[in-house]
Design a protein around this ligand. Sequence first.
Ligand SMILES: [Zn+2]
Length: 268
Amino acid sequence: MWKWQQKGDIAYLTLPEWEQQGVKVAVSGRQGGYSTGEFASLNLALHVGDNPSTVLKNRELWAETVGVEPGDMVCACQTHSDHIAVVDEGYRGRGVFDYTTGLPDTDALVTDRPEVYLMAFYADCVPILLFDRVAGVVGLVHSGWKGTIARIAARTLVCMQKEFGCRVSDVMAFVGPSIGGCCYEVGQDLAARARRVLGLNVELRTTVEGKFFWDLPRTNQIILERAGLLSENILISSICTRCHQECFYSYRGSEGETGRIGVLLGLK
Ligand SMILES: [Zn+2]
């Protein structure tokens, strides 16, 4: 199970069972940082219009809170693609102090190296954390509706299998806080496309008023199960970011002007 951890003014989610097996896992909330206005206050993303020097202060505070060196983190320039990068020690610090040095056009990161801390940023999109305890490999996925339709979570698993010989039966997954099926209304075209491409059923419901609500976390759970993950190895946070804007940023809830939480994942 996940749990909240509090350190100073910062609360973050972690997974004690993964931590016990040598993985550092931390999902930030939005409280306790330096940003103001719509970015208040622990905005960790450099690409959303917040003051870069404030974001760097937030990142320093975040790294200190979770006990890693900022220069050991690796960040990508996320574009809602299905592109995956395998990273090692040589990638440390990419995108951490300067957005332009982030891995270009990348929405999933995989590593088997200790103390290379993968970071990704979210406001409603689905964080998917993967951990193969046998092979010692972690993967971090950013999956919004585009990434979900492209099945980036399943592609990341395939990458872990090809690159590191991971067996899907050894892989555990955590589907972190994201917009839930309660709040994620989509248009008829996207609903039809999602149903056609992914073969969805109850994960995309139609209300009596004819509106469509898509459960992205549940859909990603199904994608992982179809890819071979054992149901008992998949943990869903069941936290809707739009329903809990006091704790998290929500792109929908703020009509687009907002910060990003960060997810940190790495082998200790
Ligand atoms: Zn909700």
